[in-house]
Design a protein around this ligand. Structure first.
Ligand code: ZN
Ligand code: ZN
Length: 584
């Protein structure tokens, strides 16, 4: 890319009053910093908005020279609440193994501000921060001065993850469309084309066609594609823009689309951009919720084993915790300093979480009416929970990893698309059957390995295993394509499969609310397709499965699925004649 340039994300916005905002600090920040200093010939006052802390958006930060000039003043804003604070992340990449100067040694006065969704002002610019759909916590920014607006939405991918844009949008895509509504200029991630996107769902980037459709529906005036695939040539980008333009022409859309290029400057200096208000401006009156926010979680739990795991999970998410060990102090703490999230227990002898929940929900403080409340318990009381205003239940036992996912989803106010399988009704008998098999933690055996090899060959899948579902884990008696021999039952797809006596087929995990956020889907081995065939021991309990896994979505015809079932029957036969169970 010679004309469009190969630097990573960095955009500069200047209001006609001279307020300087730099959005993202990718490698482009290096040249920008030098240009700014050359023009200013002295210390600078400016602001940096960070969308998220993926490397390509912050790697230019240590090379942004205005930060080294004594007397300079810089305010740096970015999302926080999950993971480390913005300051910690930025200083982390400047540790001495990577960089000769630490953040504390930078010469300018630097102030960090952690953001959540909401509104705030930087001098004459009114800013709206909005979460985008990206694997890490990411904010899009809308900058408004007078009547003009610029939106930076990078990195983001469609919520529906479906192609074809006829008909109404997915509810969350509609929200994103509303965010873009009427902007003079939208700078949007358009990393893929529709065709490429099919193989890259879940990567957090948008296809050009989706961005165009949204811009068109939102009545955007100018739309800039950015975050180009680094492997794309200038010519390929030109073709993409041409295709988008001819689509828009067919729809008689007046929206102007183009590909953002290195050094490109866009002047929005229309009459609408004339600044009419003063610094402390009229925007404060319309402020709905402040974006500057220090998230904390109130843990109102007396049961030590729960509060310990939850505190650990909150710490892993980088969130401050406040503890209360009885009903009165939990209630008082929530009211005096409303937290971003409340975790309570439902224990008659400990903390009466449901009573606290009812009390907070009837409060006049909107922060307490809206705050997500998670109720921790041994069992879910569905209707009482709804009456009291419980956001979600967290049923014991749970791991730190699962608690972390729940906290993450609640703070983002999104659904947790990871369901732990229920225990089968015959769990006790099932575990005793599994014990009688005496197969757990035994060495691999050819009689099973040949079956998993066949499964991989027939299905053309990278992974197949004979999985036994133990009390707290799943363990692989035979496995092709996975490095480990077991993982926790919470993560287990097979724990779902053993609930029914028929095969569990998940053609695309990202479209399945039980699995889309499962760490085995969002992380290694990135399961996209799963098929599990239950294995029943001696006509009684279901002890495990023969399962097949792929890293792409798959659809198999019935004839092939029948083969897999045949293989599962062979595994079942092997179990039932197992020399160790003494049952020929
Ligand atoms: Zn990213
Ligand atoms: Zn990126």
């Amino acid at each position: 890319m010679e004309r469009y340039g190969g630097n990573t994300s960095c955009v500069q916005v200047i209001s006609s009053n001279g307020t300087l905002v730099v959005i993202d600090c990718g490698t482009g920040a290096h040249d920008l910093g030098r240009t700014l200093l050359a023009e200013a010939k002295g210390p600078l006052k400016g602001n940096i908005l960070i969308s998220h802390t993926h490397w390509d958006h912050i790697q230019g930060f240590p090379f942004f020279t205005p930060l080294f000039v004594p007397g300079g003043n810089w305010d740096i804003y970015g999302p926080s609440g999950l993971g480390r604070s913005l300051r910690d992340t930025l200083s982390g990449q400047m540790e001495h193994t990577y960089f000769p100067v630490t953040l504390d040694q930078m010469g300018a006065n630097i102030f960090f501000h952690d953001l959540v969704e909401g509104h705030f002002e930087i001098d004459d610019i009114h800013i709206t921060a909005r979460y985008l759909n990206h694997p890490t916590l990411t904010l899009g920014y809308k900058l408004e001065v007078g009547g003009a607006s610029v939106i930076y939405a990078c990195d983001h991918e469609p919520h529906s993850r479906q192609l074809g844009q006829d008909g109404p949008l997915h509810e969350l895509d509609q929200l994103h469309c509303d965010f873009l509504s009427g902007a003079d200029l939208v700078i949007h991630d358009a990393h893929f084309t529709d065709k490429e996107y099919v193989a890259h769902k879940g990567w957090g980037h948008s296809p050009v066609e989706y961005v165009c459709e949204l811009g068109y529906r939102a009545g955007v005036k100018q739309l800039a594609f950015t975050h180009h695939d680094p492997l794309r040539t200038d010519q390929a980008i030109d073709q993409i823009v041409e295709a988008a333009r001819s689509d828009l022409k067919a729809k008689a859309s007046p929206m102007h689309v183009f590909a953002a290029a290195e050094g490109m400057a866009i002047d929005l200096n229309s009459p609408a951009f004339t600044i009419t208000e003063s610094h402390d401006g009229s925007h404060s009156a319309t402020r709905t919720s402040p974006a500057l926010y220090d998230p904390s979680v109130l843990i109102g739990i007396s049961e030590p084993k729960w509060s310990q795991v939850l505190a650990e999970a909150a710490r892993a998410e980088g969130i401050r915790t406040v503890h209360a060990t009885n009903t009165a102090s939990a209630l008082q703490s929530a009211k005096s300093t409303p937290p971003g999230l409340i975790l309570l227990e439902d224990q008659p002898k400990g903390i009466d979480g449901l009573a606290i929940c009812r009390d907070l929900r009837s409060s006049r403080d909107p922060r307490l009416v809206d705050v997500p409340i998670v109720m921790v318990s041994d069992r879910e009381k569905i209707s009482e929970g709804i009456d009291a205003g419980v956001t979600r239940w967290l049923i014991s036992p749970f791991s730190t990893q699962y608690a972390k996912a729940v906290i993450h989803a609640c703070l983002l106010r999104s659904n947790l698309r990871w369901k732990r399988a229920a225990l089968p009704p015959d769990e006790k008998e099932r575990l005793s059957a599994l014990g009688k098999l005496s197969l757990l933690d035994t060495a691999p055996e050819e009689r099973f390995d040949r079956i998993t090899r066949l499964a991989v060959a027939i299905g053309d899948v990278p992974i197949a295993s004979v999985t036994l579902v133990d009390q707290n884990r799943q363990w692989f008696k035979s496995c092709v394509g996975l490095g480990n021999s077991e993982n926790s039952r919470e993560l287990s797809f097979c724990a779902h499969a053993i609930l029914g006596r028929s095969p569990l087929i998940v053609p695309d995990t990202l479209r399945d609310d039980r699995f889309a956020d499962n760490p085995l889907v969002t992380g290694d081995p990135r399961i996209r397709f799963y098929a599990g065939f239950p294995i029943v021991y001696n006509g009684g309990s279901c002890v495990g499965t023969l399962c097949l896994i792929d890293t792409r979505p798959r659809h198999f015809p019935a004839s092939i699925l029948q083969r897999f079932e045949d293989l599962a029957s062979l595994v079942q036969q092997e179990l039932n004649v197992s020399p160790k169970n003494g049952n020929p």
